[in-house]
Ligand binder design. Sequence first.
Ligand code: CP
Length: 297
Amino acid sequence: MQHFLKIDALSLDTVHQLIDRAEAFKRGSRKCYADYRLVTLFYENSTRTRISFELAAHHLSIPVVHFDNAASSEKKGESFEDTLANLQAMGLHLFVMRHSQEDFFHTLVAKASPAMHIINAGDGKNEHPSQAMLDLMTICAHKPKAPSLKIAIVGNISHSRVAHSLMALFQLVGVGDLVLVAPKMWQPEALPFGRVTDSLDEGLKDADVVICLRIQKERLLSQEHIDLLSYKQNFSVTCDRLAIAKPDVAIMHPGPINRGLELTSEVADSKHSLILEQVTNGVFMRMAIIDALLSKT
Ligand code: CP
């Protein structure tokens, strides 16, 4: 692998290898890449993704620098492309990038030297591939038989880069039944895999895994008015509503969570919740991604 940009670029073998590597790192396996340098460039806010990539690099003995957009020379008119070219000229190798622009990496990849590896840490509403990979790692640890699983993704599907990456990944690994639950205005424009409903009960009935999504107020268009009270009544995952799911249902959320909106605190903190396990696994999955890029496998 030269870059890590989108799920469609991964083969099923690569997906399994990344999960195996991440599990090995979780068991304590270590590698050293001290001759490489990683930079995080986040043009949108982040807690989990940025810090877990930085921690992953530390565990692999890779020095990390953080690009502070607000204090950078882009504020003096330097272009995004020139910023990247200058960072590359300083000898940085791994570029972990989040940007509101979808497919921001296309022109960069065309100009990148062989020593440069671009990692997509979220491009607009398009993809968040490392999140999908850590989610799959977490599911596999608890429920390894993908073809027998019913997975429900609930919330703002159309604006969710996580949902878009998960759809592609669940199709690749052959999840038995993927149900996308959303109000009509947030249902996906294209449906490569799965079925869509605006009925939370249809999604939750006999579900093995329920993935809640954030509303993402920052991506709503001016014409998209959301009545939060009505949204909560129809789409908030509560203990009562979960009663129709499988008894061992797993609750997931990529974070950040809005307690009392996408799901109640009672659900988020319940024994069914894998939300913090997802965060823990994020460090190991991101180590696996960096390892795969630097070992060119
Ligand atoms: N899941 C996720 O991308 O979280 P952050 O926005 O905190 O990185």
